[in-house]
Design a protein around this ligand. Structure first.
Ligand SMILES: NC(=O)c1ccc[n+]([C@@H]2O[C@H](COP(=O)([O-])OP(=O)(O)OC[C@H]3O[C@@H](n4cnc5c(N)ncnc54)[C@H](O)[C@@H]3O)[C@@H](O)[C@H]2O)c1
Length: 432
C-alpha cells in the first residue's frame, strides 16, 4: 500500500517519514522543485526538526520515499492521501484557500476508486464537506462515501518535536460519512504509535469525533484558547510594567549599569497557527467576541513594546534598534506573522532605523525579506529580543555595544551575563 503526502513542508515531511518508519511506501508531492530535489537527495530541506535527518536517511536508503512535483501521478499510485498544504489569511483576516484549492484539483484528477483522503491542514469549520468534497466529486467524477472516502484529521504538533508529539497527543479524526470515519481510524492506527497517557479520559490513540466538522472545530478551539491565554498574559505583563512590579524585572540604567533592561515575556504571537486560527473560527462564529479582543491585544503588542521603549529612552528618531529574531519563535526557521515585521514598521514610522539579527538566517536571506541585517557585536541604541532562540541565552554585555536599553520579550537572555555588575531591580522585590 502506498500513501501520498501532498506538501513536504515542516509538517508534511515529518508525517511522510512517520509512515515510512512503519515500512510503508510514501510518495511526497510538493510544487517546490528545490524541496523535491533535497528530499530525493536525502537532505533535510529545513533545520531544527528532531530525528528528521535520521528518518530521512532510513527512508531513502530503504527506497520507501520518493518526492515529485507531479501530484496527479502521486495520487494515482496511492490508496491513501494526506494533504497538508497551507491555508493562510489575507490582510483582512479572510481565509485564502488558493494553494489548497489548487492541490485539491490535482488530487481529484489522479483520484482512484477506493482511496481515503485526509486533510490535515487546519481549516474553518465545514471546509472539508462543503468546499473540498464537491470539488473532488466534480473533477474526479467519483462519489464521496461510495467511491472514495474523506476525513479531516488536524495536526496537533509543534515544529521541532513533531515525532514526539505524534505519540503524545490523541489523533483526532472525523469523516464526512461512517465509512470514511472507519477507514480513517484504521489508517491512523496503522501508521501511528501512542504513548501511554493515564492522565487522559480515554486511552491515548485515534479518537473518532464522528464528523469532519467536529475534527475541524476541535483544532480551532484548542488554538483559539491558546491565543486568548496569550492575550491575557500580555495584559498582565503590560499592567505589571505600568506598576513597576519586579515580576517582569525592569533593570534601570545607573553608573555601574550602563543600560536599562526590560524583561516583558510574550510580546508577540506569530507563526501559521495561533494568530490565524481564531480568524478561521470567527469565519463561521461571526458573533464571537473573545477571540476578536484577544487578537487585537496580541496584534498590538509590537506597538506597545515600542511605546515602552520610548517611555524609557525618549524619541526613537535617528536611533538604531536591533531586533533579535526574525523567526516567529525560537528554533524554527519560519517568519509567518513574526512580530519582527510590525516592530520594524513601528520603529521606521517613528523615525528609527530598524535592523534584524537571526542565527537561522543568512544576511542575504534577511535582505530578501526586505529587512536590514544586524550582526551581534555591532552597535545599536536599543536591542529588542523578539524570538527565544537558544543562542540568545548566551548573549552577553559585549553583544550590544552602545545599547542604552534592552527589551527582552521572551525571557531568554541571562541577566547576569548581560550585566557588568550585580543588578539593581526596580519594584519592591516581591515575586508573587
Ligand atoms: N508548522 C506548524 O507548527 C503546524 C502545526 C500544526 C498544524 N500545521 C498545519 O500544517 C499546514 C502546513 O504547515 P507547514 O508548516 O508544513 O507549512 P510549510 O510552509 O513548511 O510548507 C508548506 C509546503 O506546501 C507546499 N505547497 C504549497 N502549495 C502546494 C500545492 N498546491 N501542492 C503541493 N504542495 C504545495 C509548499 O511548497 C511547501 O513546501 C499549516 O497550514 C497548518 O494548517 C502546521
Amino acid at each position: 500500500m502506498t500513501t501520498a503526502v501532498i506538501a513536504l513542508g515542516k509538517i508534511g515531511l515529518p508525517l511522510a517519514l512517520q509512515i515510512t518508519s512503519k515500512g510503508q511506501h510514501v510518495i511526497g508531492a510538493d510544487i517546490n522543485q528545490d524541496v523535491v530535489n533535497l528530499v530525493n537527495d536525502g537532505i533535510e530541506p529545513f533545520p531544527g526538526e528532531t530525528d528528521l535527518q535520521e528518518k530521512l536517511d532510513h527512508a531513502i536508503s530503504e527506497n520507501l520515499l520518493t518526492a515529485t512535483t507531479n501530484t496527479v501521478e502521486a495520487v494515482s499510485k496511492s490508496k491513501e492521501i494526506i494533504v497538508v498544504v497551507p491555508v493562510i489569511v489575507d490582510n483582512d483576516g479572510i481565509p485564502d484557500f488558493s494553494m489548497i484549492d489548487s492541490a485539491t484539483a490535482e488530487i481529484a484528477k489522479g483520484l482512484q476508486p477506493g482511496t481515503l483522503i485526509s486533510y490535515e491542514t487546519t481549516l474553518p469549520i465545514g471546509t472539508t464537506r462543503n468546499r473540498f468534497k464537491p470539488e473532488l466529486e466534480k473533477i474526479s467524477n467519483l462519489t464521496c462515501g461510495e467511491d472514495f472516502f474523506l476525513c479531516h484529521s488536524p495536526e496537533r504538533v509543534f515544529s521541532g518535536r513533531i515525532f514526539a508529539d505524534l505519540r503524545k497527543y490523541p489523533k483526532l479524526v472525523g469523516g464526512t460519512d461512517e465509512k470514511s470515519n472507519d477507514l480513517a481510524v484504521e489508517f491512523y492506527e496503522r501508521i501511528l504509535d501512542f504513548d501511554d497517557r493515564p492522565d487522559l479520559e480515554r486511552a491515548n490513540g485515534v479518537w473518532n469525533l464522528g464528523s469532519s466538522e467536529a475534527a475541524e472545530m476541535a483544532k480551532l478551539a484548542e488554538t483559539t484558547y491558546r491565543n486568548v491565554n496569550i492575550a491575557l498574559a500580555n495584559e498582565f505583563a503590560l499592567h505589571a510594567q505600568d506598576l513597576g512590579l519586579d515580576v517582569f524585572s525592569v533593570i534601570e540604567a545607573s553608573n555601574s549599569q550602563p543600560f536599562s533592561h526590560i524583561h516583558l515575556p510574550g510580546v508577540a504571537v506569530g507563526g501559521h497557527c495561533i494568530p490565524v486560527y481564531p480568524k478561521f473560527y470567527m469565519h463561521t462564529d461571526t458573533s464571537s467576541k473573545i477571540p476578536k479582543v484577544s487578537t487585537q491585544i496580541n496584534e498590538s503588542m509590537p506597538q506597545r513594546v515600542i511605546d515602552l521603549a520610548e517611555n524609557y529612552i525618549g524619541s526613537l528618531k535617528g536611533l538604531t534598534v536591533a531586533i533579535f529574531g526574525v523567526s516567529y519563535r525560537g528554533g524554527v526557521k519560519e517568519t509567518a506573522f513574526s512580530g519582527a515585521f510590525p516592530l520594524v514598521e513601528e520603529i521606521t514610522n517613528r523615525g528609527g532605523k530598524a535592523k534584524v539579527h537571526d542565527p537561522l538566517y543568512s544576511e542575504s536571506e534577511i535582505r530578501s525579506l526586505g529587512l536590514v541585517p544586524h550582526e551581534t557585536y555591532e552597535s545599536c541604541d536599543i536591542a529588542i529580543i523578539q524570538a527565544d532562540h537558544q543562542q540568545y541565552s548566551e548573549l552577553s554585555y559585549e553583544s550590544f555595544p552602545g545599547a542604552k536599553l534592552i527589551v527582552d520579550g521572551r525571557n531568554i537572555i541571562d541577566s547576569e551575563k548581560v550585566s557588568p555588575t550585580p543588578l539593581k531591580r526596580l519594584g519592591d522585590g516581591r515575586t508573587w
